[in-house]
Design a protein around this ligand. Structure first.
Ligand code: SF4
Ligand code: SF4
Length: 430
């Protein structure tokens, strides 16, 4: 454990074995998990609020949960366990709030093919998660001859009718966040960062054309206020144009409303034995070695199985050709990390259709994490009682051995091993 929360901390630097106050490593671990879960809740609540939606219960929970982590408030393990599961419930609520805010403003996403190349002419690249920033930029660049490209977690924007209607929303450029120094350097236009994950320091190759907005800020970049993109647009016109370079097409837009729109087809394919299993392979991507597991796993998923994916972990395999089963694509991109809400809705609808619980469905979850905010989604799945989640590429170090034991006993959570071994174990259970 590590805690430097109060003045009586050991040697004035930090309690590492047990707290002078009596706090043990399990309470510390659960407090960390709660705080990290709250980061996810905060991010989604922030986006929803930008779109005019807020929820009193979510706000009240934020206050109570943060208060709970103050020094000498609660030393009760069960109390903390309840609180982290409650954080999962609240995160589900806030993801629903954000989903409704997105769909009521931009329409229900529908499947769409997105070009990964570039069009001749000036261009702006938009990264991060904030769809409202993208929408305002599209409005202000309409008719200027500037093309707008999405990057990383912005890819699902193409699925929304009110964003896709802009003809100059030209495609998706690049992959997940960890490639950005190379990819931003190669993009000749300005780059707008709306949220995490942005890398610093920005190299001189693009520092002068890097713009931030909202919560994002980088020393040396230009920070924009009030969604006024005048300076960004001016910069795009001054910089060299992008070349005509069509790329491979990738699919996105499989929001739960789109998948449930073809539910009859999906259910019939399952009943006919044409779809044997669903795999949710998604979450954050990252730079450390070992993440090739997710590419290899997706490649090895049997041809009679369907893969759902979300967040930037999809870039490990979303340019591969997975084909289709009875016209249902074998790779369904449900969206950003907050669209875990859509994946949950699909799982609940399938469970209802088959008259069983989510854990009885032929569904396996293979998740990757990077940023602490992803903890919120894991807590939501645990709150829903989802079992057998495989998590990698490493288990979070802030989970103490005893807390991990509880997660294993109660939820059968597992670390990933190798694609072959994990797949063999999953398929054996069929
Ligand atoms: S709150 Fe407890 S564990 Fe944390 S620094 Fe103070 S005495 Fe140590
Ligand atoms: S999914 Fe995770 S790693 Fe990817 S951009 Fe979002 S927070 Fe960052």
């Amino acid at each position: 454990m590590f805690c430097d929360q109060c003045e009586q901390t050991v040697s004035g630097t930090g309690c590492t074995k047990v707290g002078v106050c009596g706090k043990n490593e399990d309470i510390q671990s659960l407090q960390d998990i709660l705080l990290y879960g709250l980061k996810g809740v905060a991010a989604y609540a922030y986006h929803a609020r930008q779109l005019g939606s807020r929820d009193e219960e979510v706000d009240a929970f934020m206050h109570e949960a943060l208060f709970k982590t103050v020094t000498n408030v609660s030393f009760d393990l069960a109390d903390h366990l309840n609180m982290v599961l409650e954080c999962g419930r609240i995160n589900l609520r806030v993801m629903e709030l954000l989903d409704k805010a997105h769909t009521s403003r931009f329409g229900n996403p529908t499947p769409v093919e997105v070009d990964t190349g570039t069009r001749k002419g000036p261009g702006i690249l938009v990264t991060g998660h904030d769809l409202l920033d993208l929408y305002e930029l599209l409005k202000q660049t309409e008719g200027t001859g500037i093309n707008v490209y999405t990057h990383s977690e912005m890819l699902p924007a193409h699925g929304y009718p009110e964003l896709r209607k802009f003809k100059h929303l030209a495609g998706n450029y690049g992959g997940a966040w960890q490639e950005q120094k190379k990819e931003f350097a190669a993009f000749s236009g300005p780059i707008l960062v709306t949220t995490n994950c942005v890398l610093t320091p920005p190299p001189n190759t693009y520092k002068d054309r890097l713009f931030t907005i909202g919560v994002a800020a980088i020393e040396g970049a230009t920070h924009l206020k009030e969604r006024d993109f005048t300076t960004l647009i001016k910069k795009a016109k001054e910089l060299p144009p992008l070349p005509e370079a069509p790329g491979k097409k990738i699919l996105t837009g499989f929001h739960h409303t789109a998948i449930l729109g073809i539910a009859d087809k999906v259910i019939a394919a399952v009943k006919a034995g044409k779809i044997k299993r669903f795999f949710l392979i998604g979450g954050c991507d990252g730079a450390k070695p070992g993440r090739n597991y997710y590419t290899e796993f997706a490649e090895r998923v049997p041809k009679d199985c369907v893969i759902l994916t979300l967040a930037c972990g999809k870039y490990r395999f979303n340019k591969l050709d997975f084909g289709a089963i009875d016209g249902i694509p074998r790779l369904l991109d449900v969206g950003q990390c907050n669209n875990a809400y859509s994946a949950v809705q699909v799982a609940l609808a399938l469970a209802k259709a088959f008259g069983c619980g989510v854990n009885d469905l032929p569904l396996s979850l293979i998740l990757s994490w990077f940023e602490q905010k992803a903890v919120a989604i894991l807590l939501t799945l645990l709150y829903l009682g989802v079992k057998d989640i495989r998590l990698g590429p490493t288990l979070p170090h802030f989970v103490s051995p005893n807390v991990l034991k509880v997660l294993v006993e109660k939820f059968a959570i597992k670390p990933i091993t190798s694609p072959d071994a994990d797949l063999a174990q999953i398929l054996k259970k069929k």
